[in-house]
Design a protein around this ligand. Structure first.
Ligand code: ADP
Ligand code: MG
Length: 251
C-alpha cells in the first residue's frame, strides 16, 4: 500500500512560492483502482510525482509498504521505484528515437542485471497490447492510441504492483480513450493497483474509488454504486497502521 501523509509541496515562482500541495492525505490500498479528478493546476501531477518517488515533498511523508520512501537514499529509492511503480506520464510517454520494442524494454535498465527481465517478456507485452506486428516501428509511425499503448506496455516491463497514470487519455479521441481505459481495466482485473489522474467524470464511474483535488488538497468522493465510500482522510499513524485488503468489486 501507499500512504501519503500531510504532504506539502511548494515551488519557487517568479512572485514567491507557489503552494501546489497543502497537506494532502491519501491512501492507496492493494487492489484499488483510484481515479483522481480535479481542475488543472490543483496539484494532481505533483501528488503523483511525490507518491511515485520522483519529486521530493517540501514536508510530510510517503510510505510504500510501510517504508518511508523520502528518508531512503536516492539509490535505494530509485531501485524501489523501478520495482514497484509503473509510470504512464502525461503526453510525452514514449521516446521517439526508440522502436516500440526498445521503448518497452527501457525500464529494465533501471534494475540490476540479475533482476532484469528478458527480451521475450518485452515481446509478449507488445503482443498483449496488439502491436506484435509493429515491434520495430518508430513512434512517429504509430497513432496516438498506439503510442499510448506502447507507453503502458513499457510501464509494465518490470511487472510493478502499482501503475501511476497521469491523464493517459487526455489527448485522445473518445473511442481511443475507451480503448485505453479498457486496457487499464483489464490490467486491474489481472491484479494491478492503479492510480489514474483524469479530467473525465465518465471514466471515474469505472473506478472503485474516486478522489477530487482542490487547491492542493485531496478528498474522497462518495461512491455511486456503493463501490467506493466516503472516508475521513485524516490518518494517525499510517506508516504502520494495519490495512484491511478488502474484496474489490471488479467490473
Ligand atoms: P495539475 O497536474 O493538477 O494540473 P500540477 O501539480 O501540475 O497541477 O501543478 C500544481 C501547481 O504547481 C500549479 O499552480 C502549477 O503551475 C505549479 N507548478 C507545477 N510544477 C511547477 C514547477 N516545476 N515550478 C513552478 N510551479 C510549478
Ligand atoms: Mg497535471
Amino acid at each position: 500500500m501507499i500512504a501519503v501523509v500531510n504532504v506539502t509541496k511548494s515551488y519557487r515562482g517568479k512572485n514567491g512560492p507557489i503552494a501546489a500541495l497543502d497537506g494532502a492525505n491519501f491512501r492507496v490500498r492493494v487492489g484499488d483502482f483510484i481515479i483522481i479528478l480535479g481542475r488543472s493546476g490543483t496539484g494532481k501531477s505533483t501528488l503523483l510525482g511525490i507518491m511515485g518517488g520522483l519529486l521530493r515533498p517540501s514536508s510530510g511523508e510517503v510510505f510504500l509498504d510501510g517504508k518511508s520512501i523520502w528518508t531512503l537514499d536516492e539509490r535505494t529509492r530509485a531501485r524501489l521505484r523501478a520495482e514497484k511503480h509503473g509510470f504512464v506520464f502525461q503526453n510525452a510517454s514514449v521516446i521517439p528515437s526508440l522502436t516500440v520494442l526498445e521503448n518497452v524494454l527501457l525500464p529494465q535498465a533501471f534494475l540490476p542485471r540479475a533482476h532484469a527481465a528478458n527480451l521475450s517478456r518485452a515481446k509478449s507485452l507488445v503482443e498483449q497490447i496488439g502491436l506484435g506486428e509493429r515491434l520495430h516501428a518508430y513512434p512517429d509511425q504509430l497513432s496516438g492510441g498506439e503510442k499510448r499503448r506502447v507507453a503502458i506496455a513499457s510501464s509494465l516491463m518490470n511487472d510493478p504492483p502499482f501503475l501511476l497514470a497521469d491523464e493517459p487519455t487526455g489527448d485522445l479521441d473518445r473511442e481511443t480513450e475507451s480503448e485505453i481505459m479498457n486496457l487499464f481495466l483489464s490490467l486491474w482485473r489481472n491484479g494491478k493497483t492503479i492510480v489514474m489522474v483524469t479530467h473525465s467524470h465518465q471514466l471515474a464511474s469505472d473506478a472503485n474509488r474516486v478522489f477530487k483535488m482542490n487547491d492542493g488538497r485531496i478528498l474522497e468522493l462518495p461512491g455511486q454504486n456503493g463501490t467506493h465510500k466516503h472516508i475521513d482522510c485524516e490518518l494517525d499513524s499510517p506508516g504502520e497502521a494495519p490495512i484491511n485488503v478488502r474484496e474489490v468489486p471488479r467490473p
